[in-house]
Design a protein. Structure first.
Length: 186
């Protein structure tokens, strides 16, 4: 947490809504992306993001800065997601060509988009099937682009544990995708 952010937090804790709005500018996208990746539903992610920020505003006077502000938001978001997750039924919609008769070049582009969409859905589905900790670390590293050190700070795991868990998560993901590919080829 840098000094400017610390000042914003102190001002927001004193009731300055403009300072809190500035904090939202910094962290709102992180909260939304985390919720989206966890829930895999844009509308639910938006709801969770709004609820997270509302809860953060209400709880801000009690924030003691023992961990980073983003880590605090991360915990609020994840807790809200995990309470909502069992109630969700996630559906993935496939792209379909608009016209039955497409020109060959346009047809190839649509087919390529369909294949990429299917591959992306397969990867997301495989990530969603990972154990909770694996899914979370894979998301933070590969979707959100956090470094190992940043992930360790966010999750409060030792750096070596983060690296080890990510290695095992990637290995399991690779095995899941390979077994899925074998099933498709049969």
């Amino acid at each position: 947490m840098n000094r400017d952010e610390q000042k914003l937090i102190r001002r927001a804790q004193a009731g300055d809504s403009a300072a809190f709005a500035d904090l939202l500018q910094i962290h709102a996208q992180f909260v939304y992306n985390l919720a989206l990746r966890t829930l895999n539903d844009a509308q639910e992610a938006e709801d969770i993001a709004q609820e997270t920020l509302l809860r953060a505003w209400k709880a801000l006077p009690g924030f003691r800065a023992e961990s980073g502000f983003q880590t605090w938001l991360y915990r609020i978001t994840i807790n809200l997601c995990y309470t909502r997750l069992p109630r969700l039924k996630v559906e993935s919609a496939a792209l379909e060509p608009e016209d039955a008769v497409l020109q060959p070049q346009k047809r190839r582009r649509v087919e390529n988009r369909l294949m990429m969409s299917e591959l992306r859905n397969e990867i997301y589905a495989a990530v969603d099937d990972l154990p909770e900790t694996y899914r979370l670390l894979i998301t933070l590293r590969h979707t959100d682009g956090y470094s190992y050190k940043e992930i360790a700070g966010l999750t409060q795991m030792p750096l070596g544990t983060v690296k080890n868990v990510l290695f095992r998560a990637r290995k399991q993901l690779q095995q899941m995708l390979a077994s899925h590919e074998e099933t498709v080829d049969e």
